[in-house]
Design a protein around this ligand. Structure first.
Ligand code: F6P
Length: 336
């Protein structure tokens, strides 16, 4: 890119994640401080097709760093899948005089980014998804907050499961990846965690885990299931059929995507937004920003989309070793 950048667009697309607003704020303020105007495109790629935009300046993104969701709204656009839709998006870019787009989202967003870049509009991607499933980056904005939300919910569930001496089966999000489930499972000391990356052996991975916890004296069990494995309701039924206990099933669902972003997500989003605009200002485009070893890196979009991210199975072994359930001892009430 040789041309000087005068005006860029910023959009959020796909499932929202805590920290997207912090990224939007950083994009706008970095642009402004480099003499670049910034236009907010509402409702993701669909907004680019529909010419749905808002002028943004440094003040208009004040006080959003702590807000979950996205002030720009988000969507998954069917129209953008077609050539006709994408060409309309290109004419919006021309009409608004946009020299590039910062697209904040997950792999669906980056597939859109690649398609648009092939039509001559430079795009820089910022990875934001609670699934943490983007190959070119160690970390995606929103993952840590979503883990903490799930942990808080499961800690609450544990109180009631413990009191009633029950088995809980909790389904967490993550699409086809088990990052959320595994990190959360380790952090709550789950009896078992089921992830799509590991072929399920129901007897070994669920029944034997419950049995050994029971033999160790535990009377309540916490099974965390990644949505990519299948329905927690089904897992609950299978447990009932196999050993007769009646698990209570909780699907955490979209609650995991909401809430105020935590320190890690605000800080990472701010740095990623800053580096995305810097890439444009320094004449680079068509890349995805990422973190590796604590540093910010850029990967060409096409390459980024081909990179796979593997769940670290050593973490799974940590869980299996450490989450050996021990008996719950009721605190003494003597003296009360
Ligand atoms: O990609 C983020 C995510 O929350 C996934 O974990 C989940 O499978 C999906 O989005 C849900 O999408 P929707 O909000 O469209 O139901």
């Amino acid at each position: 890119m040789d041309k000087k950048i005068n005006r860029i667009g910023v959009l959020t697309s796909g499932g929202d994640s805590p920290g997207m607003n912090a990224a939007v704020r950083a994009v706008v303020r970095t642009a402004v401080s480099n003499g670049v105007q910034c236009v907010g495109i509402r409702r993701g790629w669909q907004g680019l097709i529909n010419s749905d935009f808002v002028q943004l300046d440094a003040a208009s993104v004040g006080h959003i760093i702590s807000r979950g969701g996205t002030i720009l709204y988000t969507a998954r656009s069917e129209d953008f899948m077609s050539e006709k839709g994408r060409l309309k998006a290109v004419s919006t870019c021309k009409m608004l005089g946009l020299d590039g787009i910062v697209a904040i989202g997950g792999d669906g967003t980056f597939r859109g980014a690649l398609a648009l870049s092939r039509l001559g509009v430079p795009v820089v991607g910022v990875p934001a998804t609670i699934d943490n499933d983007i190959g070119c980056t160690n970390y995606t904005i929103g993952f840590d907050t979503a883990c903490n939300t799930a942990i808080e919910c499961i800690d609450k569930l544990r109180d009631t499961m413990q009191s009633h001496e029950r088995c809980s089966v909790v389904e967490v999000m993550g699409r086809n990846a088990g990052f959320l489930a595994l990190y959360v499972g380790i952090a709550v000391g789950a009896t078992a965690v089921l992830v799509p990356e590991r072929e399920l052996d129901f007897q070994r991975d669920v029944i034997e885990r419950i049995r050994s916890a029971r033999l160790a004296g535990s009377t309540h069990f916490m099974i965390v299931v990644a949505e990519g494995v299948g329905s927690a309701v089904e897992i609950g039924k299978q447990i009932h059929e196999a050993i007769g206990i009646e698990p209570r099933v909780t699907v955490l669902g979209h609650i995991q995507r909401g809430g105020t972003p935590n320190a890690r997500d605000r800080e990472t989003a701010t740095r990623m937004g800053y580096f995305a605009v810097k890439a444009f200002v320094e004449g680079r485009g068509n890349c995805v920003i990422g973190t590796r070893g604590g540093d910010m890196v850029e990967t060409p979009i096409e390459e980024a989309l081909q990179m796979e991210k593997h769940l670290q199975m050593d973490r799974y072994h940590v869980l299996e070793t450490v989450s050996v359930t021990t008996p719950y001892v009721q605190p003494s009430i003597e003296g009360h």
